[in-house]
Design a protein around this ligand. Sequence first.
Ligand code: SAM
Length: 240
Amino acid sequence: RRWIADRWDEATASLSGEQAAHLIRVLRAQTGMEFDIVAGDRVWRGVIAGISGDEVRFNLIAEVEADPALPVTLLLSIFKFDRMEWALEKATELGVERIVPIVARRSEKHLAASAQNRVERWRRIARESAQQSRRSDVPMIEDPTLLKTAARRESEGLRLLLAEQERSTTLRQALSTAMKEAGDEMPRIRMAVGPEGGWAAEEEALFDEEGWKAVSLGPRILRAETAAITAMAVVAAMLE
Ligand code: SAM
C-alpha cells in the first residue's frame, strides 16, 4: 500500500487524518519503520522520523519508480450508485486517469439529482482504491456533468462511444488502428459508457456530430459497470 502525503518538501513528508490514524493504531507505526509515500507525482521510500498526536513524519530516503496512469478519461453515465462505486473502484485499479460522471437522458432522475452529494464519497473510493492497488496517483473524479456539455467539452484525442450496435467496430480494432496511425505516441483516450437503459438516439447522434466513434465490446449486452471495466481492461492489455 502507498500512503499519500498531506505535506512534503524535498526531504520530508507527513501524513495526518485517517491515514495517520490507520498507521498509528492499526499498523502500530513506530520510528524507523519504512513505508512507500506518494508526494505529489513522485513516490518515495520513507522512514518514520517521528509521530506526534495524529501526525506521522517521514524522512524520504529513496525515490521509487512511479507507475503512470493510463491516458484514459472515462465518461461514466450515472447509474445505480452501488454499481457505479464498484466501477469507480475497479477502473482505478486498472489505471484510469480521470472519470467524468455524466447525466444521460436515461440516468434515473433521482440518482442524477443526488449525484453531486456523492462526489466526495466517489473521490474517497478512488483514493482508497489507488492506495490499495499501489498507484502513485489518484484518478481525478470530476463533478457530475450534463451529457451534452461533456460530449462537447471532452473534445480531444481518441473519443470512443461504447455502444452495443452491430455496425460498430470493436474497441480493440479502434485502438489498434489508432496505435498504427499514431506510431509510438498514443493519443489520450476518452471512452463513454451509457446508463442501464442505454444511450438515447439523440445522444448517439450528438456524440457522432462531436467526432466520437461508436465501438463495441462484442455481441453480448453488458451491464454498464461490466462495460466500463471491460473497456479499461482492453485498453490496459493493449497499452501496457
Ligand atoms: N441499451 C441496452 C439495452 O437495454 O438493450 C442496455 C445498455 S447497457 C446495460 C449500458 C451501457 O453499457 C451501454 O450504453 C454501453 O455504453 C455499454 N455496453 C453494454 N454492452 C456493450 C457492448 N457489447 N459493447 C459496447 N458497449 C456496451
